[in-house]
Design a binder for this molecule. Structure first.
Ligand code: URA
Ligand code: ZN
Length: 381
């Protein structure tokens, strides 16, 4: 039996839900008048005034904020340990003056939640050998804070919280994307503290890429989630590469959501375009090209989750980064079964099946992807 660790699993702590309830612009929570589940409106395409308020966004139930529901989901799917993270859009939108307060509040809350769940297991923080579920967490960063010192201080403070193992971050950075030179103090702090950064999409692509709001409305969340999210991740990490972030910070550790979006599949094309870009030829342009190849970065800086729902995606991930850098995840509580009576979540079983189909009888590698790699990389024992 493998020890299974879920490194991609989210929460909206109750205090965060309350904050969203007080807002009227994206992101916000709306409580329908008929006592139905609250509606979570976090994507700009969900906010069309043509959609009645009670039907906007998606319904959310207690699986989004109640940790006991997360624990029973884990039990049901054989997951022994979860590394929980705040879900999108994290703290990207909070007023600059409130960013530090919210980061501390969320991160302290995550630490308390993990400590409470784990205390019955092993006071020495070791992985339990019995069937009890354990929790660790990735912290949120105060990216809208007025100074990068506040972000750097929070990265350092997280190292003092016993159950925190890295940070989760979106693609907007300080508001201008991840190739923004103003992020250098943040990259430096992450590198110096040896903190894993989980890069996760939220903003997708402009609605126009999918035919405008009329089309996106017609197909629900399929286009923004299936295509917008992975392309957003791919673009963000490619901008980091092009701007030389990995040259300046060669020891950064970045976990990419959804198996890197399309990065493993497109890495060869990205590399070829860099090679053929006149701007990067010495003396030809104002931007120095990246010194390190995308393949080198994929094999030394990048980790990929296994949340890609199929063998071809996993094979691209393995070819790009290696099976020792691939980590099982679920994306819970997003993608619940549509039929609430259904016991197993297809979003989870599909990922399990894809891992088994990819590695076949190689039980060692299956065990590594399902938990061994995460235990080692995140120091969970
Ligand atoms: N998965 C996430 O993490 N966030 C979403 O908004 C949808 C799916
Ligand atoms: Zn996610």
């Amino acid at each position: 039996m493998s020890f299974i660790i879920d490194i991609h699993t989210h929460v909206y702590p109750p205090a965060y839900m309350q904050m969203l309830r007080s807002r009227k612009t994206v992101p916000y929570v709306h409580d329908p008048s008929n006592n139905a589940d609250p509606r979570l409106i976090i994507l700009s395409s969900d906010d069309a005034t043509t959609i009645p308020l009670d039907q906007r966004g998606r319904p959310v139930d207690s699986s989004y904020w109640d940790i006991d529901v997360k624990l029973s989901f884990m039990r049901q799917h054989g997951i022994n340990c979860s590394v929980i993270s705040l879900a999108n859009p994290w703290l990207d939108f909070v007023e600059p003056a409130e960013a530090q307060m919210w980061a501390e509040r969320i991160n302290d809350d995550l630490q308390r939640t993990c400590a409470k769940v784990n205390q019955a297991v092993d006071p020495e923080n070791a992985l339990p050998l019995d069937k009890k579920e354990t929790l660790f967490a990735m912290g949120a960063l105060p990216l809208s804070a007025p100074s990068s010192d506040i972000i750097v201080n929070e990265i350092k403070r997280l190292k003092t919280l016993k159950h925190l193992r890295g940070v989760i971050m979106g693609t907007s950075g300080l508001g201008k994307g991840l190739d923004d030179a103003e992020l250098d103090p943040v990259w430096s702090a992450l590198q110096e503290t040896d903190t894993l950064m989980f890069l996760h999409p939220h903003y997708g692509l402009p609605d126009e890429a999918f035919g405008g709001s009329e089309t996106t409305g017609r197909y629900g969340h399929v286009l923004p989630l299936a295509l917008g999210f992975p392309l957003e991740t791919t673009i963000a990490v490619t901008r980091m590469l092009l701007s030389g972030v990995f040259d300046r910070f060669p020891r950064l550790k970045i976990l990419l959501a959804h198996s890197g979006g399309t990065l493993p599949f497109l890495a060869g094309r990205i590399e070829s375009c860099i090679l053929h870009e006149r701007k990067f030829v010495s003396g030809g342009g104002d931007v120095p090209g990246p010194q390190r190849s995308v393949w080198d970065v994929l094999k030394t800086n990048i980790y990929l989750d296994a949340v890609v729902y199929g063998k071809p995606g996993l094979e691209a991930a393995i070819a790009a980064s290696g099976s020792d850098r691939l980590l099982f995840g679920t994306d819970h509580p997003f993608f619940p079964p549509l039929d609430s009576k259904e016991a197993d979540w297809p979003s989870v079983t599909t990922n399990y099946k894809a891992v088994h189909a990819t590695f076949g009888t190689d039980g060692h590698t299956v065990a590594d992807v399902l938990g061994g790699n995460a235990a080692h990389i995140l120091d969970l024992k």
